[in-house]
Design a protein around this ligand. Structure first.
Ligand code: NAD
Length: 271
């Protein structure tokens, strides 16, 4: 288990208040690491920080930060270094991730209707935010080595199958779709991973992309069934099923892995 240990390692996790962010935090703590939680949502961040502190009896450091704001990311990084003296890991996890059942996914999601406002907002969180966190926390990691994990998606390597988002009785021109920005952001993160991996290789920084498949989380049963039929394991993921991959990528267990793409998707991209 020593190989998978994150003992004493300070790991920054963005989007820590979200569904998967919370699980990345729990994974870091389970492997003996020290998580630093970042999110823009103060209330939900506090809930996760309290839960982690209660379950594991660890001191949990949290920062309410908008990762699209360079001054905030810079100042947060300075505080983390002041507090712990070093940063060993970064999980670029935050993204705009509109839920399939939400009203946000309607005909405005279609490419022909997709607003520049939404494009800018999604690119800003998913790519600019990951760039800014890499710029500051990555530079801190580069001073002694460590690991960066960029959370991409199965949709970083394949196109969305828009048929699974279709609503009955809705005209084709008004059918909701998975947004163009989701594909662009998730593919871009793979590029950022390769760039960072080679840029800081000599400094002992490894950087990889993790591509999770869809997580079941109270979605419409017909959507779950349609997506499951595209997956060889015949189901969506449980929310804790990426914890092993996150520990693997952050720890010495993956010491010879960098610039790579780890796809954990129940086999969806094998078909
Ligand atoms: N849930 C899935 O099925 C799934 C599948 C594949 C990949 N992913 C990816 O995993 C990551 C996490 O997904 P999730 O389902 O937990 O999403 P989520 O929406 O539950 O969590 C995202 C978090 O990011 C935070 N955030 C948004 N904008 C921010 C900003 N400007 N600054 C700081 N924090 C900000 C949100 O407040 C939220 O807590 C995303 O990158 C997503 O694309 C998710």
């Amino acid at each position: 288990m020593e190989l998978f240990s994150l003992s004493g390692k300070v790991v920054v996790i963005t989007g820590a208040a979200g569904l998967l962010g919370r699980n990345h935090v729990l994974a870091v703590v389970a492997a003996g690491g020290i998580p630093v939680l970042i999110d823009i949502d103060k209330h939900r961040l506090q809930v996760v920080a309290d839960e982690v502190a209660k379950t594991y009896g660890e001191t949990v450091k949290m920062f309410v930060v908008d990762i699209t704001n360079e001054a905030q990311v810079k100042s947060c990084c300075e505080s983390v270094i002041k507090n712990f003296g070093h940063v060993d890991g970064l999980v670029n996890n935050a993204a705009n991730n509109p839920k399939i059942e939400s009203a946000e996914i309607n005909e405005q999601s279609r490419l022909e209707n997709f607003s520049l406002l939404n494009w800018d907002a999604d690119i800003s969180v998913g790519l600019t935010g990951a760039f800014l966190c890499t710029k500051y926390f990555g530079a801190a990691i580069a001073s002694q080595g460590g690991s960066i994990v960029n959370i991409s998606s199965d949709l970083g390597v394949i196109a969305p199958d828009q048929r699974i988002y279709q609503q009955p009785g809705v005209a084709e021109s008004q059918q909701p779709v998975k947004s163009v920005t989701y594909s662009v952001v998730k593919t871009g993160l793979i590029g950022l991973s390769r760039y960072t991996a080679t840029y800081w290789a000599k400094q002992g920084v490894r950087c990889n992309a993790l591509c999770p498949g869809g997580v079941e989380n109270l979605q419409d049963p017909s959507f779950v069934s349609k997506l499951s039929s595209l997956i060889p394991l015949s189901r969506m993921a449980h929310q804790d099923e990426y914890q092993g991959s996150v520990i693997f990528l952050l720890s010495d267990a993956s010491s010879y892995m960098t610039g790579s793409v780890l796809i954990v998707d129940g086999g969806r991209t094998a078909w």
